[in-house]
Design a protein around this ligand. Structure first.
Ligand code: IVH
Length: 688
């Protein structure tokens, strides 16, 4: 192998092309035919050489080489994050921040020693993960759905602020996380240039950064003014620091840019002043920020705190107040959701709100429109906060045009004409057409193939709408039953061709096997988001069991219903939705049809260890753990924690001064253990 340092452009170009072809060949053997010809190590060596050469000659990385290893439909290979990329809980007021600190203290059992906290401006860009092996940048990925992102290695290499190698003291393998963004001035200049050239412009700096990074041609990314701030860690083969502040120092020493406004606060009492200071500086900053991220400085405490849902307990994003503007309400459109909700959407004279052009805003529901007496033609105040949908706050009464009449909310579904009804105690009007309303069916199909659900490459919202309108797909199972025989018809469609059609067929085939949690989420049952789908999958384990139990739970007062209600996080409203879903024969037919096409994988808990699915009770005083911490430990290992001891209890952890629960455990013959034994069990489960 020629050392890269001695290679010229022509030789590199030839080798990169050869490597890309070779990688594509092996990708096809591996991903599509399931018949690899070379070992993973040999493949990795090829890929490494390709990446290294690409690093030395970023301009040579051809557009199609992005597709190396990719499901080519999206153009980017998928990368699974070693540690999930999560989001942050938000604070909007000082009380929220105080509660965040109080929760940390409760969880850790701390009293009044000050909490050292690092404060960092929250950049409004897109988060990325950067992996270095042997000190060399080898892989970069977008956040994606948090579990799996897109391989944008070649694009990231073109960023001037990205160190391609780290000095000698870096761990053998380390993943660093940060935010890619575009400055406000660069955004405006780029949009002006795009407009002059007749190209599409971007709505805001965040979209511009995302669009520029996710270019199939890394050569285009290279021309875009993207910057990077590093702020977090992912996987590392060796620890880097004991505190987050020291970690940021290390990042700087390795050549990363850390936001210079970041500050170590000696105690949580300093946060409010910092928030105010950055709030004042905000408008004058070169880039958009939407708040400040506060992170507990001590990394050992961060580890103990861990995560809940999709966010860490040790960090919070304290957002700035929403930005507002006024404009004219030109009309009100009614949009239909997958559960039939009629949502009024304001059509506005476009207006710039804090750097973003807003054309539509939500009006929430009929009550809100009536309460605020919003009329078409009114001048309205709108606001947006971060990523949330802009909303209409109110009307400027003095500017109401003459003759404006109160808005009459439709009483029938604008799509299917069924009556729009309102359940007692609810604010939302719903189309009563159910699965006979084409709009609801379409929205459900779109949900079915969305990211956390079936996520079928090449079958996005636009395609679903087309296929549904032409009756190629009428229900979810049609994707699997009807589309494959239509391969040639699809290939002949405008904008498709044989390659795209084959890719779609491969993507559909790949999704015939699906984890139970994704399957449940994909059904689009009201109130069953990704988190609840996971809870259900973990509790019931298999599709067959879940279905049997849900049908039984339709009866109020049944054992299945009370079991459903006992799942932590599943309240009566959710149980009711599930029962309702299973009471509808058309839904059962959909399930039957899908089950006939799919292999639905059983769920094992994350650890699959000894505690999976076990019911644990803590009693008495624990010496080294607070209750919330003990509970979180148990749940992390797949156990459920309840308050009272019964025949169903699997384990009782007995602290000092334990009373009746310990006695009851002894009477019922339930296994008990001491706090020390519990810790040993957890340690063993975590390291296995
Ligand atoms: S830390 C587990 N620090 O905010 C914690 N995030 O709402 C991971 N962001 O996806 C995030 N500036 O895109 C962190 N200084 C900062 C940040 C930051 C911006 C973004 C990031 C993340 C989102 C979470």
């Amino acid at each position: 192998m020629t050392p890269i340092a001695g290679m010229d452009e022509a030789a590199s170009r030839a080798e990169l092309a050869a490597l890309a072809a070779e990688l594509a060949h092996h990708d096809h053997l591996y991903h599509t035919l399931d018949a690899p010809e070379i070992t993973d190590a040999a493949y990795d060596a090829l890929r490494r050489r390709y990446n290294d050469l690409g690093a030395a000659f970023p301009a040579l990385v051809a557009p199609e080489s992005q597709a190396v290893g990719a499901a080519p439909a999206s153009g980017f290979a998928k990368i699974r994050h070693g540690v999930p990329m999560l989001s942050l809980d938000n604070a909007f007021a000082p009380e929220d921040f105080t509660e965040f600190c109080a929760r940390i203290r409760r969880f850790l059992g701390l009293t009044d020693a000050p909490l050292a906290i690092v404060a960092e401006p929250k950049i409004d860009g897109l988060s990325i993960s950067l992996t270095y092996e042997g000190g060399v940048f080898v892989r970069g990925a977008t956040r994606g759905d948090g579990t799996e992102g897109e391989d944008v290695t070649a694009n990231l290499r073109t960023l001037k602020s990205l160190p391609l190698s780290l000095p000698g003291n870096a761990p053998a393998k380390i993943e660093i996380r940060g935010e890619v963004f575009m400055s406000k001035a660069d955004f405006l200049a780029m949009n002006a240039a795009q407009e002059a050239a007749g190209d599409k412009t971007f709505a805001n700096p965040r979209n511009a950064a995302a669009g520029s990074l996710r270019q199939l041609d890394a050569g285009i990314t290279a021309t875009r003014p993207l910057s990077l701030f590093a702020y977090a860690m992912g996987e590392a083969s060796a620890p880097v620091a004991d505190t987050h502040w020291a970690y940021l120092d290390q990042l700087r020493a390795w050549g990363f840019t850390v936001n210079p406004l970041s500050r170590l606060l000696a105690s949580e009492a300093e946060a409010a002043a910092f928030q105010a200071e950055i709030g004042l500086a905000r408008a004058g900053l070169a880039y958009d920020i939407d708040g400040v991220v506060y992170k507990l400085d001590d990394l050992a405490l961060q580890r103990r705190l861990g995560f809940v849902g999709r966010a860490p307990r040790w960090a919070i994003a304290w957002k700035f107040p929403a930005e507002q503007a006024t404009t004219v309400l030109e009309g009100i459109d009614i949009q239909l959701g997958r559960t039939g909700a009629l949502t009024p959407v304001a059509r506005l004279t476009p207006v710039n709100v804090g750097g973003v052009l807003v054309r539509n805003a939500t009006l929430h529901n009929a009550d809100e429109i009536a309460r605020k007496d919003i009329r078409i033609g009114d001048t309205v105040t709108i606001q947006r906060a971060g990523d949330v949908i802009p909303q209409v706050v109110g009307v400027i009464a003095a500017r109401r045009p003459e003759g404006a009449v109160p808005y009459a909310f439709p009483t029938v579904c604008p799509v299917c004409g069924s009556a729009a009804v309102r359940a007692p105690g609810e604010v939302v009007m719903r189309c009563s057409g159910g699965l006979s309303c084409p709009a609801q069916v379409e929205e459900r199909l779109i949900h079915f193939v969305s990211r956390g659900a079936f996520d079928i490459e090449g079958l996005g919202e636009k395609t679903i709408r087309e296929f549904h309108a032409e009756k190629l797909i009428e229900s979810p199972a049609d994707i699997f039953a009807r589309l494959p025989p239509l391969r040639d018809v699809i290939a002949a469609r405008e904008g498709w061709g044989a390659l795209s059609a084959d890719n779609l067929m491969a993507a559909i085939a790949q999704r015939r096997t699906i984890p139970l949690a994704r399957f449940i989420f994909a059904l689009g049952i009201r109130r069953i988001g990704e988190a609840n789908a996971k809870l259900l999958a973990r509790h019931y384990g298999s599709y067959e069991n879940w279905r049997r139990q849900m049908e039984a739970a339709a009866m109020v007062g049944s054992e299945a219903r009370s079991d459903l209600g006992s799942i932590l996080g599943i309240g009566p409203a959710i149980a009711e939705e599930l029962a309702e879903f299973f009471a509808e024969p058309r839904n059962l037919a959909t399930l039957d049809a899908l089950a006939g096409e799919l292999t639905i994988q059983d769920t094992e808990s994350a650890s699959g260890g000894e505690l999976t699915g076990k019911i644990v009770v803590f009693t008495g005083t624990l010496e080294t753990l607070t209750r919330p911490e003990a509970k979180a430990m148990a749940e992390k290992l797949g156990a459920r924690v309840t308050d009272s001891v019964s025949k169903k209890t699997d384990l009782v952890v007995v602290g000092t001064d334990a009373g009746s629960k310990a006695r009851k455990a002894a009477e019922l013959g339930v296994r008990t253990m001491t706090e020390a034994e519990w810790r040993a069990l957890v340690n063993a489960a975590e390291s296995s």
